[in-house]
Write a new protein. Structure first.
Length: 147
């Protein structure tokens, strides 16, 4: 009659705490995200250039956006006010550090110099996207969200 072998040293019972740590690490949930929205004015004479550039955003810029935990990024345009409305979801854990990483990318800074030239900030004292503070785009408060 068959009987299971008793465990040897090599077949020792696994460290349950180590197994739990590994399982926890593999099941780490993605940050559900925080939504950010902001506005800026586009110069009316630059609208077509702005739209054309955003129809062909540079791949290095798109990669950096993704690498910094930004998802679901959209920019809307209101022709009556010349306002641009931006909204995105940030799904990582250190927004300030990721924005510094974004700012450190030379291609992103080049993109910002191009697009900033078509915009008028609504933030007093703002000088450019690259400067970081105060914000170039005016942050706006979310007052309602229905997922």
């Amino acid at each position: 009659m068959w009987q299971p072998n008793s465990p040897t040293q090599e077949e020792a019972v696994p460290d349950l705490e180590a197994v739990a740590r590994q399982r926890s690490a593999s099941l780490k949930l993605k940050n559900p995200g925080r939504r950010f929205a902001s506005i800026i004015r586009v110069r009316p004479e630059c609208v077509e250039e702005y739209k054309a550039a955003h129809a062909n955003v540079w791949p290095e810029v798109l990669k950096q956006i993704k690498d910094c935990g930004i998802e679901d990024y959209s920019i809307f345009y209101d022709k009556d006010t010349s306002l641009l409305f931006s909204i995105f979801k940030y799904v990582r854990y250190d927004f300030a550090a990721d924005m510094e990483r974004m700012r450190a990318n030379p291609k992103v800074r080049e993109w910002w110099q191009l697009t900033d030239s078509w915009q008028e900030s609504l933030v007093e004292g703002a000088t450019s996207s690259e400067s970081g503070h105060p914000d170039w785009w005016k942050p706006i408060e979310e007052v309602f969200y229905y997922p």
